[in-house]
Write a protein of this length. Structure first.
Length: 148
């Protein structure tokens, strides 16, 4: 898969790619945005390393993918569509530690979510993604017929 402005390095055979060549803290050109849309369609989940983002830049990037939705839980005062989460070694519960899909319970779920991690633990802290396309493709024809 070729792109005009970015590079995408797949991280698994079925889902995910690390994107280079885009600084999300800066305004993005139409060509970069087009490449990011294509990369997301090609890989289902895209990752960016070493980005220095704030709520305003997260909002700006998100708007390139459509109207932003507010989470049922409270967002930030100046950016209600951005939620700040914090967990450390003293946290009794870590948000999202169970298998979940962000806002899939909304009447019209968003097409995706942006997760920005600014502090990572030296071990653990994994976020796992699954391809529902690959899961469906792996089903028997009888199960596909049943689900359809």
């Amino acid at each position: 898969m070729r792109y005009e402005c970015i590079e995408a390095q797949p991280i698994t055979p079925r889902i995910g790619a690390v994107i280079s060549g885009a600084d999300l803290a800066q305004p993005l050109s139409n060509a970069v945005v087009s490449d990011l849309h294509k990369a997301l369609a090609d890989h289902q989940v895209i990752f960016f390393r070493d980005q220095k983002l704030d709520p305003a830049s997260l909002t700006r990037v998100g708007l390139h993918f459509g109207k932003l939705q507010k989470h049922a839980l409270k967002g930030m005062p100046d950016h209600p569509e951005v939620r700040k989460l914090h967990a450390d070694e003293t946290s009794k519960h870590v948000s999202g530690e169970e298998w979940h899909t962000d806002m899939s319970c909304a009447p019209v779920p968003p097409m995706g979510s942006i997760l920005y991690l600014h502090t990572l633990p030296p071990l653990g802290g994994d976020t796992i993604f699954a391809s529902m396309y690959a899961a469906y493709d792996a089903l028997s024809d009888n199960m596909k017929d049943y689900l359809e």
